[in-house]
Write a protein that binds this ligand. Structure first.
Ligand code: ATP
Ligand code: MG
Length: 565
């Protein structure tokens, strides 16, 4: 490709709308352009990367025996009503009506459509196992589209769905997808971890996420190399304290604590650590508000909180008016002493003694609080996020916390969809058997952003070779003034192309500095500079995007260095 014909515009300045580096670089390098919130055009340069990602994904899906199809993006409401998701999916679902006033949605995922295919097409156990996949545009009306293509509203997903006769078949299909995903992310050249994930409303079934490690990731993951544990923090279990509590040393006292709505202001005023404070959060419940009590230095885990009886999903903090009405104070001064609503205590509160908590009065707290003496000793539950240094569930290791970007999700759905939609086949004995289903998603467009998060420097993107839009960029110096440079550059361009390489020839009449900066911004792995000085001694200047320094190489070594055997 000649740069002059590629219609590429790069931006010198960072667009103000972009928060994270991959979004900034994707805009600056001209990979994408924004149309509206969460909607992006993939420009020719970006599309080259996207297609490479897709190709690797499809090759590994094919290798694993999955069958490609394409389902409609627009789906009739009737199917979603069969599974109950027409109501459950909420505002994430983009709904629409056709000219006959029938309800439709733009598919955010395709379990219903594929289960409809399965119940029509699959008759006998002999057709199993089977796994269908597609690469397709989804729409989810995300509450906060952000980070460019990483949390978009319209995005491309590879989604696959397996059907088996029984649970052990499903487990095999699941493992095959686990292996295929591992191969995909390895080929993409990304550093990733597979973690246990929340299985949502279908309890007990296995689900794992593939996380690309990056500080900007929206997910927190907890892992331990010693015992092989790895989980999304959303689901990582805390280990209950051993129950040894220090004896009470001081008396209970109610004190004035002006302007101490937060744990932080309270620690400053009282000159104590946050681990001496009991934090009481009031959330909405099915029969009125519920109190959730955790240690001041801990974070509430919304998924765990929603598993408590009475607590409503999604987790919603009670509003200040409700708290005032029911408890008689503003949020920030609530505590469990004398509280007349259901209270759940986190495991870590169990060993606290002589601690501080809200007094259910404006700007007042209790100090010197002790279980047994001042409040009933509670039974405790798991309510908080694990943190760095916590023990692993097996007790034999210590957790580390890192941030990750979820690029893939594999899930044993079991029979929930097939039961709701009556998808059965005949088993060996001629009886109807409800299908066992698995689903497996990869965020194809998100991968491009995630790859940049992991591979960049202050000058721009550094593509992994497997998905780079071009493998090599040729930069001729003063090509428009020097006949020799032009000749050598165009010959080399043809030779490299003939060798099957994707080459970008920067034939613009621009200063070398501009060309170098663009090549680095776009992130092409190999760069060759053609100059009159080099030509005189039969040499080119070579630099890999990750190299500190350029080096001179013999003209005929170029191909060898770019495609090492
Ligand atoms: P998230 O927790 O990030 O919202 P999810 O659990 O909703 O993801 P799935 O329903 O499992 O995601 O979808 C499969 C894959 O699609 C995800 O692993 C992710 O890579 C991708 N994906 C999901 N939502 C988006 C989005 N809004 N923009 C881009 N990719 C997305
Ligand atoms: Mg989501």
């Amino acid at each position: 490709m000649r740069f002059s014909k590629f219609g590429l515009t790069t931006l010198r300045d960072t667009p103000a709308e972009a928060e994270i580096i991959s979004h900034k670089l994707m805009l600056r390098a001209g990979l994408i352009r924004r149309l509206a919130a969460g909607l992006f055009t993939w420009m020719p340069l970006g599309l080259r990367v996207l297609r490479r990602v897709e190709k690797i994904v499809c090759e590994e899906m094919d290798r694993a025996g999955a069958l490609e199809l394409i389902m409609p993006a627009v789906q009739p409401a009737e199917l979603w009503k069969e599974t109950g998701r027409w109501d459950k999916y909420g505002n994430l679902l983009l709904r629409m009506r056709d000219r006959h006033d029938r309800d439709f949605c733009f598919g955010p995922t395709h379990e219903e459509v594929i289960t409809d295919i399965a119940r029509r097409e699959l008759r006998s156990y002999k057709q199993l196992p089977i796994n269908f996949y597609q690469v397709q545009t989804k729409f989810r009306d995300e509450i906060r589209p952000r980070f460019g293509v990483m949390r978009a509203r319209e995005f491309i997903m590879k989604d696959a769905y397996s059907f088996d006769l029984d649970q052990s078949g499903l487990e095999q299909s699941y493992q095959a997808m686990h292996a295929a995903y591992t191969a995909i992310f390895e080929r993409l050249g990304l550093k990733f971890r597979v973690v246990d994930a929340d299985s949502g409303e279908i309890g007990g079934n296995r689900s794992q996420e593939f996380m690309v490690l990056a500080d900007s990731g929206e997910d927190a993951i907890a892992w331990c190399d010693e015992d092989g544990y790895a989980s999304n923090v959303e689901t990582a279990a805390t280990v209950p304290e051993d129950g040894k509590r220090a004896a009470a040393k001081v008396n209970l006292e109610k004190i004035e604590t002006p302007k101490t709505k937060t744990v932080e202001t309270l620690t400053e005023l009282l000159e104590i650590g946050p681990d001496k404070i009991l934090k009481t959060l009031i959330v909405e419940g099915k029969k009125g508000p519920v109190a959730l009590v955790i240690r001041g230095d801990h974070e509430l885990n919304a998924i765990k909180a929603c598993k408590m009886p009475n607590v409503t999903e999604p987790l919603t903090m009670a509003n200040p008016e409700t708290i005032q009405e029911i408890i008689g104070c503003t949020p920030g001064y609530v505590g469990p002493i004398g509280l007349d609503i259901p209270v759940y205590y986190d495991h870590a509160t169990k060993c606290m003694s002589d601690f501080v908590c809200g007094a259910n009065e404006f700007e007042k707290h209790y100090i010197g609080v002790n279980f047994g003496r001042d409040i009933k000793t509670p039974t405790t539950v798991d309510l908080r996020n694990v943190k760095d240094g916590d023990p692993t569930p097996s007790g034999s290791g210590t957790l580390k916390i890192a941030r990750g970007i979820e690029v893939g999700h594999i899930f044993q759905l079991g029979q929930s969809y097939s039961e709701a939609m009556r998808a059965t086949v005949q088993d060996k004995d001629g009886n109807d058997a409800t299908l066992f289903m698995g689903c497996y998603g990869i965020g194809v467009t998100r991968i491009v952003g995630a790859a940049i998060e992991q591979n960049h420097d202050e000058r721009g993107i550094i593509w992994p070779e497997s998905i780079a839009p071009f493998k090599v960029v040729l930069i001729p110096i003063n090509m428009h003034q020097s006949e020799t440079v032009r000749e050598v550059a165009t010959t080399l361009y043809s030779e490299l192309k003939a060798a099957g390489l994707d080459v970008l020839l920067d034939d613009r009449d621009a200063r070398p500095g501009v060309k170098f900066a663009d090549a680095e911004l776009i992130g092409i792995p190999h760069r060759l500079v053609i100059s009159e000085r080099g030509i005189k001694v039969g040499q080119l200047e070579y630099r890999h995007r990750r190299d500190e320094e350029a080096k001179m190489i013999a003209y005929d070594k170029a191909l060898q260095i770019i495609t090492p055997s």
